[in-house]
Design a protein around this ligand. Structure first.
Ligand SMILES: Nc1ncnc2c1ncn2[C@@H]1O[C@H](COP(=O)(O)OP(=O)(O)OP(=O)(O)O)[C@@H](O)[C@H]1O
Length: 265
């Protein structure tokens, strides 16, 4: 009956650093499918945390809940605390949440607009109209996302003409332009070549000085290279959360050990 005991052994540390976001007993249901069980985690400010685990273990489900992207798809129970506010409460404005907590998806999704408009679209919706401020936000966000040098000569060209890696950095820049402070990234480099992947990783390592980053990845080397903390998901449960070095060098839970050694998944 080993299967019944898999979820009994967990190892979940609470990082010393102050949290940017925490979840308390987060549960997600797609109809009758209880896809996420009791996820209680704390994501430290200005650190990269990786979410790892086999396909279907609940990583994206959990990540999407953090900025209420599951609202129309699932029932999400439990608390999601962000600066002392439970952002999972029904009376919280989800657009306001997404002003602070942004999402970058696996496949880059630039709008069919110019590079500049991709960055100014949300700013204008938030009431920023002054050209000098818009220009400043465009330049700063593109520089922070390490894209400025490649696009500065023609910001009016279509964002659809960018390469996959450039388009993904533009999507990161979109978050930076509106000064979101938590970036949720769902396998942002899995569709990219190794050079584009390296650029994204280098960008994230710079951004973490100012932003809190939570990244889903199937790439163990990537998690090791860039994250300070790692959470291991298994069949809708978080079984282990610790520093990335502990997770990869001395995992405490047998299922984590099997996963990081490549014995399944
Ligand atoms: N929109 C949805 N509607 C119904 N069920 C869903 C939906 N999205 C995910 N699920 C279910 O929730 C469970 C967890 O899926 P999820 O996509 O979160 O896993 P994952 O670990 O991110 O997988 P992957 O690594 O393949 O992206 C699975 O059983 C999946 O079928």
């Amino acid at each position: 009956m080993e299967n019944n005991n898999i979820f009994a052994k967990t190892h979940l540390v609470t990082p010393q650093e102050p949290p940017a976001i925490t979840t308390d007993n987060l549960q997600v249901y797609y109809g009758d499918n209880h896809a996420m069980h009791d996820a209680s985690l704390s994501f430290p400010e200005h650190q990269i945390t990786a979410l790892i685990g086999a396909s279907g273990s609940g990583k994206s489900t959990y990540l999407r809940s953090l900025n209420r992207m599951n609202d129309d798809l699932a029932t999400v129970k439990g608390k999601i605390m962000y600066h002392g506010i439970d952002i999972n409460a029904s009376d919280v404005n989800v657009y306001e949440i997404r002003r602070h907590i942004g999402m970058v998806f696996q496949l880059p999704n630039p709008f069919a607009k110019s590079i500049r408009e991709n960055l100014t679209f949300a700013l204008k919706a938030y009431g920023i109209k002054k050209k000098s401020e818009l220009d400043e936000r465009v330049e700063t966000s593109l520089k922070e996302a390490a894209l400025w040098d490649e696009v500065k000569d023609n910001l009016n060209r279509s964002a659809l003409s960018l390469s996959g890696g450039q388009a993904q950095r533009l999507c990161i820049a979109r978050s930076l332009a509106i000064k979101q402070d938590v970036l949720l990234l769902d396998e942002p480099a899995s569709a990219l070549d190794p050079i584009s992947t390296a650029k994204i990783e280098a960008t994230l390592l710079k951004l973490v000085k100012k932003y809190t980053i939570i990244i889903v990845t199937h790439n163990m080397q990537q998690a090791s290279r860039i994250s300070k903390y790692t959470a291991f998901f298994h069949l809708g449960h978080v079984l282990e959360f610790d520093t990335t070095s502990h997770i990869f060098q001395e995992p405490q839970v047998p299922v984590t050990r099997d996963y990081v050694l490549g014995n399944f998944g």
